[in-house]
Design a protein around this ligand. Sequence first.
Ligand SMILES: Nc1ncnc2c1ncn2[C@@H]1O[C@H](COP(=O)(O)OP(=O)(O)O)[C@@H](O)[C@H]1O
Ligand SMILES: [Mg+2]
Length: 162
Amino acid sequence: MNTQRSALNRESRSPTETFDLGVGLGRSLVGGMSIGLIGPLGAGKTQFVKGIASGNAAPDSVRVTSPTFTLVQEYAGRLHLYHVDVYRLGGSAELVALGFDEFFTSDAAVVIEWADRVRDALPLDSLWVELRPTGETTRHLSFEPCGNSAHTCLEAFARSID
Ligand SMILES: Nc1ncnc2c1ncn2[C@@H]1O[C@H](COP(=O)(O)OP(=O)(O)O)[C@@H](O)[C@H]1O
Ligand SMILES: [Mg+2]
């Protein structure tokens, strides 16, 4: 029997709820995994990453801000978390030139904002999360696992929020 879960959908009614969903995912991160975030400006991608960093037990002193101008930020925690925002990048080649492929080690996880712009640079095994604004303070989040690490992470996340 195929017990692998397919897409998971959740509604968020506030920035706090989006943060809390991120916390749950941050607790479920799997070493070496990749999380690709999709959604327009203001969808809540960075807010979601703040939650991931917190759930991954980053020290309180580490502040997560939008890396739009710095491209890559790193946060300590259970796993080393790389947060990449490719908004200002020309494309996948530029990302790879930054050493993107070297971020994927067994004691790290990588989360990418605007990941659909660099789809071919991401590992085939990636957890795709789309954040879609449905109102001023409401967002639809859809989680789609592609590959084993992504499935394992999403299973743990789903169990924790069920
Ligand atoms: N449900 C929600 N989830 C996330 N952000 C929300 C929500 N409702 C309102 N917001 C607001 O939307 C903005 C999201 O900003 P940000 O996380 O930087 O988006 P992005 O990184 O996708 O451009 C913030 O100002 C936040 O307060
Ligand atoms: Mg952002």
